[in-house]
Design a protein around this ligand. Structure first.
Ligand code: ADP
Ligand code: MG
Length: 353
């Protein structure tokens, strides 16, 4: 098989040069029939890659599409990025009022989704986890190079939890002035949905939108096939795409991943993950190395993948099997250094390799 691989962050997409006879009417076995326009850029402290296939797009339209996607992402970040000082979320984080604070519909929608994940996961997922994420150096403030004291952990536990925020029709209310929010666990997924919906509204039917490894697919790739996506083996320090666990194929679905092998720090000689267990106030400490979730929306896939990453393999797999809206692949790191995989029964249907 002649396989062309393009590297994209922690997930990569793969296009196969062979064309499946049954895929699309104008797709023949050895010629590429669809035009492709691929472009990329930077957003949310990471990169994005977008592919549009179908009719040929001339250079004037190409540059109009790329410019409009950039401005859609800028609008998104102006509301939701905790890394932008003047974003709506950053201003909300600094606002120490316990009275209702007016908020945009977009901010309310994403915070509501975050609180729903929190409730559904019994607090494993928690957007109020920001002070703990910041302490460990994975947030919007510089971190410490030490482990917290028991008192510090206790004080965070007073400041976290989905019951600490209330979402109204046009306002948000903090129950404690010190509550701050971290949306990093769902912003990339929601951003990928946001851009994909923008492109679909403009009439593009065959699209691949990836932001920092979270992916939305619609229609077909330029060979007229389903979109092919590579899932990395979770090796510490491994280059994206160097070693694949699986290739999956998707269309009209999204995939998001969480892992312990790309974003970690060493503190007092110990490796700590950027995923925090809000129930203990500490970075996760188990052998689940990566989770990939397939769902109808990338927001859902992103929130669920972080939730499962917090829960660990056993609790996470049972929780996933009990949901009918997502499928997942979990990879554990074994004591001898090998990897073991576990998946929901529905995930197998997406595996291509
Ligand atoms: P990635 O950024 O690798 O895609 P995730 O989607 O799992 O990974 O998001 C991890 C980020 O989410 C962390 O860097 C942190 O900012 C935030 N976070 C950490 N723990 C939690 C948690 N339990 N609930 C919600 N957000 C979290
Ligand atoms: Mg996530």
């Amino acid at each position: 098989m002649n396989t062309k691989i393009t590297l994209i962050s922690k997930i990569i997409f793969v296009t196969l040069l062979a064309c499946l006879p049954l895929s699309l009417e104008n797709c023949s076995t050895d010629t590429v029939e669809f035009a492709q326009f691929a472009f990329n850029g930077a957003t949310m402290g990471t990169t994005y890659h977008i592919i549009i296939t179908g009719r040929p797009i001339d250079s004037k339209e190409r540059s109009a599409i790329a410019t409009s996607v950039d401005s859609v992402l800028l609008d998104f970040n102006r509301i939701l990025s905790t890394y932008e000082d003047q974003s709506e979320i950053s201003r909300f984080n600094r606002n120490e009022s316990i009275h209702p604070i007016p908020a945009s519909q977009k901010l309310l929608q994403v915070i509501k989704a975050g609180l729903d994940f929190c409730k559904a996961s019994d607090g494993a997922f928690d957007i109020t986890v920001a002070p703990i994420v910041n302490f460990f150096g994975f947030g919007f403030e510089p971190g410490e190079n030490r482990f917290p004291t028991v008192d510090e952990i206790d004080s965070w536990l007073q400041l976290t939890g989905c019951d600490k925020l209330e979402v109204g029709d046009s306002v948000l209310t903090k129950s404690d002035p010190r509550i701050t929010i971290d949306l990093s666990a769902i912003a990339k997924g929601d951003g990928a949905d946001y851009v994909a919906n923008f492109l679909m509204d403009k009439g593009h039917k065959n699209i691949f939108v990836e932001i920092g490894g979270e992916i939305v697919t619609h229609g077909h790739n330029k060979e007229g096939e389903l979109w092919k996506i590579g899932i990395d083996r979770p090796t510490f320090g491994g280059a994206p795409g160097a070693d694949l666990q699986h290739i999956i194929q998707l269309t009209d679905m999204a995939i998001a991943s969480s892992g312990d092998y790309r974003n970690y720090r060493e503190v007092e000689g110990k490796r700590i993950s950027h995923t925090i267990d809000p129930r203990t106030g500490s970075p996760i400490n188990h052998n689940l190395a990566s989770v990939s979730i397939i769902a109808n929306t990338c927001l859902l896939a992103d929130g669920i993948s972080t939730s499962v990453m917090v829960m660990g393999r056993e609790e996470g797999l049972i929780w996933l099997e009990n949901r009918d809206d997502v499928d997942g692949l979990l990879i554990t790191r074994e004591p001898d250094g090998s990897f073991k995989e576990y998946m929901t029964s529905g995930f197998k249907e997406y595996i291509f390799d």
